[in-house]
Design a protein around this ligand. Structure first.
Ligand code: ASP
Length: 580
């Protein structure tokens, strides 16, 4: 093979007169009279125009080496859109290194191709400018994060893939053991327990770009397997962890955008819910929830006689017609609301609403004052239990105001002081909001046992857990961990995990904690989501080299596939007939 001397996309007028050899794929061919053809030759750096013998049998995606002389393009044929648009390669000889069958789709950013077809032929899709850009951007983000963590004296430690289950609240992927038939490994939902063991092991500052696997339904922002920046540090609290992570994320953003983002604001979970109706608030736009319970404290309107009344004001929203409002009301009901009240504001504080006649003048005045509504605005109100009110209005706010995730800048936000438990299940057992190794808020540490069986007390307890949010996407979570056996046991007992079960599941961790576990805290955030947003992509599949489709299948390798009966035999497994 002729030796490559240059990359296609790097040739410019300073190379004029040089004899060069470039290698790559034929991206486009245009005939130029009978004897000549123009081909755009593509490699990882871009394309360059080559003038070749028109008789040469060169079709799209043939792999070729072109040797020739760089020359300036004739007047009028300069292409200012292209980095190499002022030059071309002439007097060429072409060596065909490998022909190509006609492609299943055209590699051209201007042509929309069905995603499944793109994934089935990902090796072709990867040649596209978009995927080349995204893959390289991803590598730079990884590298910037790694450098930032190393600069902060974190050590990269690889934890195993075949493990016992980690309780992150998702379903495990399991791997049958051949040597111990009937036993299974779980693939890690996260390295959580190992990183805590690293702290007991005196590592002090651990990190890993860790592959995590969770058997959950796939969405635009979720795949079965994903990469997290996973970290843990000793003798540190939540603020220390947030500073380290903010630094790593800022380094990644700076690497891609060239500018360092301002420091990330922090709000508590309680405030996030009150103001945005969400634990991952999208702070790129306003329309915050307005507290109105007091305004309607003595109301005669039955629908507003509720523990909590809140509203959101949409500037200029009064032009919405009756049909649209009815549709919106149906939508809100499908989320579990009893109803949605809307009030349009006219000139001089006049209001129009199906419920206007039930509202007193003082109430209307109070409503306008609290929301700051002006003529032409609309106010939506929901009255119910507090949890329902904030949840519904939070969803409505997103529905009405949310920009696409890739627009409107990068709004990072720390949400702190999450509840310890997110819910109480039908048996009265609380459900961890983060995971069972999360330290309760300092003021709750001593009262754990007393809260048992008291839903109100249980749900009121906060934890030392925090999330990082970007444009309304949860990037990751972390917490200060429980490092004392007595607190851990009290939490297990609240979660209905008895001493035997705790020993069977996490005995190794509890044992380790008996031998001098330092106080420690940590965090993990999903690289895929950060990269997607930085790449301006709404779907994380666009920044993953070989993703699965929404159904969890891989159209390229056809995974998952049945396995050989002999393999099943060896593993001591027998299949049941498929469930109908
Ligand atoms: N292990 C947690 C997760 O994967 C993160 C952490 O608490 O560090 O979400």
């Amino acid at each position: 093979m002729t030796t490559r001397t240059d990359y296609c996309g790097r040739l410019d007028t300073s190379d004029v007169g040089r004899v060069v050899t470039v290698c790559g794929w034929v991206a486009r061919r245009r005939e130029h009279g009978e004897h000549l053809a123009f081909i755009d030759l593509r490699d990882r750096t871009g394309v360059v125009q080559c003038v070749v013998d028109g008789a040469a049998d060169l079709r799209n995606e043939y792999v070729v080496a072109v040797t020739g002389t760089v020359r300036e393009r004739p007047e009028g044929t300069v292409n200012p859109e292209l980095a190499t648009g002022r030059v071309e390669i002439g007097d060429t000889t072409v060596e065909i290194l490998n022909p190509s069958d006609p492609l299943p789709f055209q590699i051209d950013s201007r042509v929309e191709v069905d995603e499944t077809i793109r994934i089935r032929h990902r090796y072709l899709d990867l040649r596209s400018e978009r995927m080349q850009r995204n893959m390289r951007l991803r590598a730079r983000v990884n590298s910037a994060i790694r450098r930032a963590m190393e600069a902060q004296e974190f050590v990269e430690i690889e934890t195993p893939m075949l493990i016992a289950s980690t309780p992150e609240g998702a379903r495990d992927f399991v791997v049958p053991s051949r040597l111990q038939p009937g036993s299974f490994y779980a693939l890690p939902q996260s390295p959580q327990l190992f990183k805590q063991l690293c702290m007991v092991g005196g590592i002090d500052r651990y990190f890993q770009l860790a592959r995590c696997l969770r058997d959950e339904d796939l969405r635009a922002d979720r795949q079965f397997e994903f990469i997290q920046l996973d970290m843990e540090m000793s003798f540190a609290d939540g603020a220390d962890v947030r500073a380290v992570i903010s630094e790593a994320v800022a380094a990644a953003v700076e690497e891609v955008t060239g500018t360092r983002p301002p420091s990330f604001p922090e709000i508590t979970w309680q405030e996030a819910m009150e103001r945005f109706g969400s634990d991952k608030p999208d702070t790129r736009f306003g329309m915050e929830l307005v507290e109105l319970t007091e305004v309607f404290a003595d109301t005669g309107f039955n629908a507003f006689k509720a523990p909590s009344v809140k509203g959101i004001r949409v500037p200029g929203g009064a032009s919405l017609g009756r049909n649209k409002l009815d549709q919106l009301t149906d939508r809100v009901k499908s989320w579990g609301a009893k109803g949605l009240v809307w009030i349009k504001v006219g000139d001089a504080g006049q209001v129009t609403s199906p419920v206007a006649k039930f509202l007193s003048e003082t109430e209307v005045a109070g409503l306008l004052a609290a929301t700051g509504a002006e003529a032409g605005d609309i106010i939506y109100l929901v009255a119910d239990e507090w949890r329902t009110v904030v949840r519904i209005l939070g969803l409505l706010r997103l529905e009405l105001g949310r920009p696409p995730v890739t627009e409107g800048g990068l709004d990072f936000l720390w949400v702190t002081d999450f509840p310890l438990f997110e819910d109480i299940d039908e048996n009265g057992t609380p459900v961890s909001a983060h995971h069972p190794f999360t330290m309760p808020g300092a003021e709750y540490v001593d009262g754990l046992a007393e809260a048992a069986g008291d839903p109100e007390k249980l749900l009121a307890m906060t934890s030392q857990a925090y999330d990082l949010v970007l444009n309304g996407w949860e990037l990751g979570s972390g917490s200060v961990r429980v490092h004392r056996a007595d607190i851990q046991n009290a939490i297990f007992s609240l979660l209905g995990i008895g001493p035997e079960e705790a020993q069977a599941k996490f005995g190794f961790l509890l044992d380790a904690f008996r031998y001098g576990a330092p106080p420690h805290a940590g965090f993990a955030f999903g690289i895929d989501r950060v990269v997607a947003i930085l790449a301006g992509e709404e779907n994380i599949r666009e920044v993953i080299a070989f993703p699965k489709t929404q159904s969890g299948a891989d159209p390229l390798t056809h995974a998952p596939t049945p396995i050989d009966p002999a393999q099943l035999d060896e593993l001591g497994l027998r299949l049941l007939p498929p469930k109908s």
